[in-house]
Design a protein around this ligand. Sequence first.
Ligand SMILES: *Cc1c(COP(=O)(O)O)cnc(C)c1O
Length: 390
Amino acid sequence: MSFTSNKIQQLPPYFFSSIDKKKKELSDQGIDVIDLGIGAPDLPTPSFVIETLKEELSNPQNGKYSPYAGIPEYREAVASFYSKTYGVSLDPDTEVLALIGSKEGIANIIPAVVNPGESVLVPDPGYPVYRTSAYLAGVHAINLPLERENQYAPDFTKLSQKDIEQSKLLFLNYPGNPTSATIDVSTFEHAVSFCRDNQIAVVHDSAYSLVTYEGYKAPSILEVSGAKDIAIEMGSLSKSYNMTGWRIGYAVGNKEMIKALANLKSNIDTSQFMAIQKAASAALTSDHASVRENNEIYYKRMKKMVDALGTIGIDVELPKGSFFIWAPVPNGYSSAAFAEKVLIETGVIITPGNLFGPSGEGFFRLSMSVSNDRLDEAIKRIANLKARVK
Ligand SMILES: *Cc1c(COP(=O)(O)O)cnc(C)c1O
């Protein structure tokens, strides 16, 4: 007898949990492990957001069920954020939906839009949740290879006609995890036009939309004229406002997809705690000064790490978005072999690129979301790595 479904038995373990296990093993052996594999900010939630939550906690009304789609105040805050940041106007009632974090939205949008047996296009390398969510929904995931030569922009000529015909939905993600790739709005224009021609819905995951550097401003896919006909965007306060544990995000754009997702979700969850929605509204309608302060911290860390990698012969460009560095492994190593070498020789955990899809083989990801002193220590150890390669 088994109390685990076949689907779950066959699901590969969420890979960060196996890294966590390895980390514990090493720590137990007395090794001072520095984890640059982590994908969550180390910085605190801004105090004005915490203060808003504290005030809202004492209002008994907030302890009730939220409206399914999220409270009007939150949906209006998201709409106002889009209008101010991107010049995109949204109807808070039909084009905005609160999410319990964007991961939830990614998992639920697939069964809301795609039928079992149909296909979705997932960026490769990409955030692993796209692929596993497709699997859970009984939907095929087709890799859309993103290549370094092409600055990790989608190259639809890589897809076969059959794959294009079977695809119902495409995921995009810029600034990208794990690649840290950034694009300008013309990349979205191209994707929207390709997907319109081929009747494919688009979900742009904008988790790092505000985590940008050097004056770069990440566009919204909804800036493309006509994008709302086929696209939605999913955003999150996790990375910009250091609110990973608060679980709050949003989906915006195409009315039909928003409605389908809202319908599915109303049968599963009852949205987020209203006090959290109110605190998130304060964040979204703020001047984002706290985000800019955080970005300066990440940028300094990025610079130091990019320099250190250069001294051991690993050349990468300074990213313009996300808090990741995506770099090629030295000649002669697989991603896994290099990650193991780094761990054994330095005690630093890095993420092997192949965990993000087959096209990630030959790369590794470093996260800059660790405290400055731990990062300095990691940099010191990495700069001493024996493998010097050119
Ligand atoms: C962290 C992350 C998410 C999930 O964010 P939550 O809103 O906390 O669920 C989604 N997409 C990408 C690419 C991420 O890195």
